[in-house]
Ligand binder design. Structure first.
Ligand SMILES: *Cc1c(COP(=O)(O)O)cnc(C)c1O
Length: 359
């Protein structure tokens, strides 16, 4: 039986990817020189697709990295001299904070329990902080920071750079990117692509900060420093030999999503999330881990279970439905379900029916 993946990344491929890979192989895309015109066109198409899908301001830049994890390190290298401030509410936001600590900077944080989001009204961030890091959708717990909270932080801290992790929520999440300075994602989450490509969006304030640090003699990294990325991006190229197939597929899937329409994708995501949360409510063994409905993620849903997750996972797997276990210490107590654009209404309804039956 062919399995269908509801795991929160990697996940089921976007339904058009198989055809695009076939076309790419026919056109020898993986053999193209990354210094040639054909690659430059592929690069430009992917950047333009991301730009339109995320409705980025014209003066924002789009760069390619190996993953979102790489971007965490690049953000600290390029944008922070001495002090960063991190919202921490789960494993991914914590990892970014730890990477900042690895750099021996003053890496401050506000940490709240898993399942919650940081309360922006109660937050004290020193004026000396250079960068505020927010994980909009904490994939390990299914807690989503409302975008209004990010705008509240923007208003209160106009001089700080704001970095937003939208790894497991974009393009569903509707953020006004002109109100943040940098954002990033990996393609194996909502875009439904093979892993191994990160996308890093930055504005000119970020670029100026990186140049300033460089001119002060600080090390801001080498081939993936912002100035190095910028120089090559101006020619629709990358400093290194990139994941050409990944860039090609990103451009194609972005185009497919634009054809479908971002509003349609958002409406469907909300409908499917409602179906799944309702199944959690109806289930005798499951309940939403995030209790505040306003903070429940629409793209990565997490349920607590009174039964060990392994049994639930294997039962669903027999029906061809692959869901995720809890993250790390929650492995046995939670299940996690991706609700990405490739997961159709019919498939989600089928999964919800099976979830309700579990006893
Ligand atoms: C998956 C994920 C990451 C890391 O992505 P990689 O592709 O493994 O680098 C970072 N942040 C969040 C919120 C994620 O879900």
């Amino acid at each position: 039986m062919r399995k269908f993946y509801f795991t929160p990344g990697p996940s089921q491929l976007y339904f058009t990817v198989e055809e695009h890979i076939k076309t790419a192989l026919k056109e020898s895309v993986p053999s193209l020189s990354h210094r040639g015109r054909a690659y430059e066109n592929i690069h430009a198409a992917a950047v333009e697709g991301v730009r339109q899908l995320l409705q980025l301001p014209a003066d924002y830049h789009v760069f390619f990295t190996s993953s979102a994890t790489e971007v965490w390190e690049r953000i600290i290298q390029n944008l922070v001299r001495t002090e960063s401030f991190h919202f921490v509410n789960g494993a991914f936001s914590k990892r970014f904070h730890e990477i900042a600590q690895n750099y021996n900077i003053n890496a401050l944080s506000n940490e709240v329990k898993e399942g919650l989001v940081v309360d922006v009204e109660k937050l004290l961030i020193p004026e000396t902080t250079e960068l505020i890091a927010i994980t909009q959708n904490e994939t390990s717990t299914g807690a989503a920071q409302p975008v209004e909270d990010i705008y509240t932080i923007r208003k209160a801290f106009p001089n700080q750079l704001i970095a937003v992790d939208v790894v497991s929520s974009t393009p569903y999440i509707n953020i006004d990117y002109s109100l943040v300075d940098t954002a990033y994602f990996s393609v194996q989450k909502c875009f439904g692509l093979p892993a191994g490509l990160g996308v890093w969006v930055v504005n000119n304030r970020c670029f100026e900060k990186a140049e300033k640090l460089m001119n002060e003699g600080l090390v801001i990294g080498s081939y993936h420093s912002l100035p190095a990325l910028m120089e090559k991006a101006a020619k629709n190229q990358t400093p290194e030999t990139p994941n050409v197939l990944g860039v090609y597929l990103l451009g194609k899937v972005a185009e497919d999503m634009l054809k479908k329409g971002i509003d349609q994708i958002r409406r469907e995501t909300e409908y499917k999330a409602a179906v799944l949360y309702q199944a959690f409510d109806q289930s005798p063994v499951l309940s939403a881990f995030v209790s505040n409905r306003e903070h429940q993620s629409k793209t990565t849903l997490v349920a607590k279970s009174t039964n060990p997750s392994a049994g639930i996972i294997s039962k669903l797997s027999e029906k061809g439905l692959v869901i995720g276990s809890g993250y790390s210490k929650f492995k046995e107590q939670h299940i996690r379900i991706a609700n990405f654009p490739t997961h159709s209404k019919e498939q989600v309804e089928m999964l919800a029916d099976e979830l309700i039956k579990i006893e």
